[in-house]
Design a protein around this ligand. Structure first.
Ligand code: ATP
Ligand code: MG
Length: 398
């Protein structure tokens, strides 16, 4: 969509129906935000029990590329967005023939491919990890020793650390590429991280960009575990550089919607972009309870042409991801065999706790079942409560 065309699109007001491709927890929280503003919602997801499908006015149960399902979504929805970055860009392009779609398929296609994503960072003048593309045995053989030790990542369809293998030697690299079925990959140099941060921006159809305060993220086993805002270790210079980079990354692809960029802050203080997600992001879930406007509401505003406002963090907070492991507590080092519900009552007895569960009936190790945001009068108070909640739930201290 060209900027000129975007500007003349009418504002889509409450009462209209907003469509979302994908029925996961991000779609569910988007649906909650849209409905609280008076929109109707339609979710397209093949899973009859998808978290967003369960709470939406309409749920179209087809695969993402099913032309009948897409036609039905386009007929019921006045504007359409996506909650899952692996929705095929072709599906978004089909929808865009008759309806406003934000973000556009072309933007999502860049984020779906690590090689294109890195080329986009470089094109924006934003540093990323030294890397090499590996699509062929020749490229594998030509990899520079400088990139080892490194992480071999599939170019497409990776998430939560899946599709990644850490390699120290050339022999391990060769074995890792075999393990990943020799699909297109990016080998990244392993960098000495001091900590990880992310910036969520929203960009409107008119090109206005607003951002949330920087988040500091702790990952465990490649999965986000804890987000802390304000970011405790970040200097003003690093924050400003991250904001400027995130704005540029969004604007230079004429992005419309919410976009998250993850950054590494290195031990020498440099900052490099890791990856981006063309949608609301797990590191922004605290915005529901700790900011005056949530990332999901900004997605609604951006896609409908409503005004964007600079979000304000009104409470220091931490967000703890609630993974399925918590439903199988360990005794004597062995995980329980039967699923049991964590002690929500004990957690909710702590003031400043905000529980979000996604309506998934089956808990599995590593599966995102919900999150807990803990707000406090000060960063120290929020952290103390979050540590108490973590102890109750069986989350290791941070
Ligand atoms: P997501 O769920 O965020 O999409 P992902 O599977 O796409 O995750 P990455 O963000 O690429 O994975 O990597 C997961 C984690 O692995 C990072 O957050 C970081 O902790 C670590 N990591 C990734 N790349 C590097 C690197 N080049 N150097 C050091 N650590 C890294
Ligand atoms: Mg990541």
């Amino acid at each position: 969509m060209s900027a000129a065309k975007d500007v003349i699109l009418p504002v889509i007001l409450p009462g209209a129906t907003l469509g979302v491709m994908g029925g996961g927890q991000l779609g569910r929280m988007f649906v909650h935000a849209a409905q609280s503003m008076g929109y109707r919602t339609a979710v397209l997801d093949a899973d009859a029990t998808s978290p967003a499908g369960l709470v939406s006015h309409e749920h179209i149960r087809t695969p993402y590329l099913d032309t009948t399902g897409l036609a039905e979504l386009a007929s019921v929805a006045d504007a359409i967005t996506t909650e899952f970055e692996n929705v095929p860009a072709a599906a978004l392009e089909q929808l865009a023939q008759t309806r406003p779609v934000a973000p556009a398929g072309a933007s999502v296609a860049i984020c779906q491919d690590r090689a294109r994503e890195k080329a986009h960072f470089v094109g924006c003048g934003v540093d990323c990890a030294p890397h090499a593309l590996i699509d062929t045995p020749e490229q594998l053989a030509a990899v520079s020793d400088d990139l080892l030790p490194g992480i071999l990542k599939t170019s497409r369809l990776g998430y939560d650390g899946k599709g990644q293998v850490r390699v120290k030697t050339r022999a391990e690299l060769i074995a890792a590429w075999d393990e990943l079925q020799r699909v297109g990959c990016v080998l990244e140099k392993m960098l000495p991280l001091a900590y990880e941060v992310s910036v969520i921006v929203a960009r409107g159809r008119d090109g206005q960009v607003v951002h949330f305060p920087l988040q500091q993220n702790l990952h465990r086993d490649g999965i986000l575990a804890v987000t802390t805002v304000p970011a405790p270790n970040v200097t003003e210079a690093v924050s400003q550089q991250a904001y400027a980079s995130a704005h540029k990354i969004a604007s230079s692809m004429d992005y419309v919607g919410v976009l998250c960029t993850e950054f590494f802050v290195l031990q020498d203080g440099r900052i490099v972009a890791n990856e981006m997600a063309p949608r609301p992001h797990n590191s922004g879930h605290h915005t529901i309870d700790a900011c005056d406007v949530s990332q999901f509401e900004l997605q609604v505003r951006a896609m409908t042409g409503l005004p964007l406002v600079e979000p304000v963090l009104h409470s220091p907070c931490l967000m703890l991801n609630l993974l399925g492991d918590l439903w199988f507590p360990e005794t004597d080092g062995q995980p329980a065999t039967a699923q049991r519900e964590p002690d929500w009552a004990a957690v909710l007895a702590l003031s400043g706790t905000h529980l979000h569960l996604y309506g998934k009936s089956e808990a599995r190790a590593g599966r995102k079942m919900g999150h807990l945001t803990v707000t406090g009068a000060s960063p120290q108070a929020a952290r103390a409560t979050a540590l108490q909640a973590a102890a109750i739930l069986g989350i290791a201290p941070f």
